[in-house]
Design a protein. Sequence first.
Length: 180
Amino acid sequence: MLRIYLFLCCSFISVVSYANNDVWLLVDTKARKIEVKKGDQTLETLNSIAIGRGGSGFKKHRGDNITPYGNYRIGWIGEKSAFRRFFGLTYPSVEDAQHALKQGVIDNMTYYRILMAHKNNQIPPQNTPLGGQIGIHGLGRADERVHRAFDWTHGCIALTNGQIDHLSQLVDTGTLVKIK
């Protein structure tokens, strides 16, 4: 009973506000870059990103190390992350949940919780069989040479510490992030 209360309590304070500028991010997992965009115009490009060890695509389940395709928003910003900064995404999306429900990965209650979180501009549950805690982050104390050599995350998008610091000047909670 206490866990349910804590979830409900936390979900009410986890409201995703919408960024008031038109800046959005296009993450190109094949080209390994993030384009900072305003409308159709590319303002700048952050190259040499790393993605999940399992590549990119549609996540099948928690722990598959896949960086998910889809449209998300920055739901929260962790300034004191082990990865320097962490821009948590509103993964899983309604589309992710619909696909997972059809595949039998999640049940109706989990689908409903995800759906209601998005409907109410809240962060969706992060503890479902689809996983959670997907975001854009820096390296923290990790070696930049390793970062440039291979994809190493558990499904997140990683930047260098300098890149994540710079990106933090351009985005906020609510910023749209399209991953392809």
